[in-house]
Write a protein that binds this ligand. Structure first.
Ligand code: CUA
Length: 415
């Protein structure tokens, strides 16, 4: 270092090196500081994501050793053989054709890659093995939401009597493997619940087998990770993992067709009629508008048909809507991580959490939070960019406040 001409240059070089080391360290630190970032692969919550996470440390250490070794050697040669002013500029002794060196630097990276491949292929095989006693769910992406068809009966079909369909929120039993068959209704999407497994592409006309499992009850957030158009960033999903006995109760409720609203709930009865007239061309409510949907399917002229929009049969059993981006209910009791701990009441809103915080998923057992769903019915494209005129997303139906009140009252009965 003693031969740099100016002391200022020396200071600048040392300072920029120090800055580089600090920034680089901060970047790595942030990546591992996962409390602030919900979508991280570095905080696994189930066996499959743990397998992937177990690969991170060894591969990172190997990569780090290569990085330090190569950069260290470059630095050494730069400093050791730099031009020193008084040297004559003859070329140093050349090593071209040095067989031993060339064999060595070919074999060494080969060994490094072989070790990484050995570790990785083992995990890939483990991740694609079939799981005994797994729950099977067909997952499909659509612009811009997720649908789920459960094989409850275990006959390897997803539409037998007793099988169920839902959207955006995937409810699973804790501690049981769930095998997913992932596909798409339109363009390529990608299904990703980072706490439970890596990413899997949803490709139209194909099925991708995938699996997830959660070790503890809770909400695990996800995000579509393949650019799929206008509202790609608003195509979220979440997994609610609940204890096995609660899951059985949930399934039993989901297997029921939607009940008519009680006759004394006049708002909801009027809302049901509005639903049949306004919403039923796209949204299915099992037991209410199946026949209309079937007719619309036969009418090719009709621009939108069921299947282009989420099944709303048990809408109110979800805590979020519109691709998991808005809370439908108040989220969680304050300070309670479990979505299935104590629920909050309208009289005691302090324990309900902040319903405008979309980082907290709404708890379906909590009271309805009206502002988002009302705004949504008033003007959906203002709440989430969509292209309804092209059959993608929900149009603005120019509803009156009376119609909105009626529809919200009806949706609130779909438990
Ligand atoms: Cu679906 Cu991005």
């Amino acid at each position: 270092m003693s031969r740099f001409r100016s002391p200022v240059a020396k200071v600048l070089i040392v300072a920029s090196l120090a800055l580089f080391v600090v920034l680089w360290g901060a970047m790595i630190w942030t990546a591992f500081e996962h409390d602030a970032v919900p979508l991280t692969t570095l905080d696994p919550q189930g066996p499959f994501s743990t397998m992937i996470d177990d690969l991170v440390a060894p591969v990172f250490i190997i990569g780090g050793m290569v990085f330090v070794g190569v950069l260290g050697a470059v630095m050494y040669f730069v400093l050791r053989y730099r031009e020193k002013g008084d040297d004559d500029l003859e070329l140093p002794k050349q090593t071209h054709g040095h067989t031993a060196a060339e064999v060595a630097w070919t074999i060494a990276p080969g060994i490094v890659l072989a070790v990484v491949a050995f570790l990785t292929v083992g995990v890939i095989l483990d991740l694609s093995a079939e799981e005994e006693g797994a729950l099977r769910v067909e997952v499909y992406g659509a612009q811009w939401w997720w649908g789920y068809n459960y094989d409850i009966t275990g006959d390897r079909s997803f539409d037998s009597d007793g099988d169920i369909s839902t959207a955006n929120e995937l409810v699973i039993p804790v501690g049981r493997p769930v095998e997913l068959r992932i596909t798409s209704m339109d363009v390529i999407h990608s299904f990703w619940i980072p706490a439970l497994n890596g990413k899997a592409d949803a490709v139209p006309g194909m099925h991708r087998d995938w699996k997830i499992q959660a070790d503890a009850p809770g909400v695990y957030r996800g995000q579509c990770t393949e650019f799929c158009g206008l509202s790609h960033a608003n195509m979220r999903m979440l997994v609610r993992a609940i204890p096995a006995d609660e899951f059985d109760e949930w399934v039993a409720r989901q297997q029921q067709p939607a009940a008519d609203p009680p006759a004394d709930n006049e708002l909801a009865v009027a809302g049901q009629e509005q639903f049949v007239n306004l919403c039923a061309s796209c949204h299915l409510v099992d037991g209410l508008n199946n026949e209309q949907i079937a007719q619309l399917h036969e009418d090719d002229e009709f621009p939108l048909v069921a299947g282009v929009a989420p099944d709303l049969t048990h809408f109110r059993s979800r805590g979020t809507f519109a691709g998991g981006i808005y809370n439908l209910t108040y989220p969680n009791p304050a300070g309670d991580d479990s979505p299935f701990g104590a629920t909050c009441t309208l009289e005691d809103l302090e324990n309900c959490g902040d319903p405008t915080d979309i980082g907290l998923a709404g708890n379906p057992d909590n009271p309805l939070y009206r502002p988002f769903i009302e705004d949504w019915l008033r003007n959906p494209p203002a709440m989430k960019p969509m292209a309804a005129e092209e059959g993608r997303g929900m149009p603005n139906l120019n509803l009156t406040q009376e119609q909105i009140d009626q529809l919200v009252a009806y949706l609130d009965t779909l438990r």
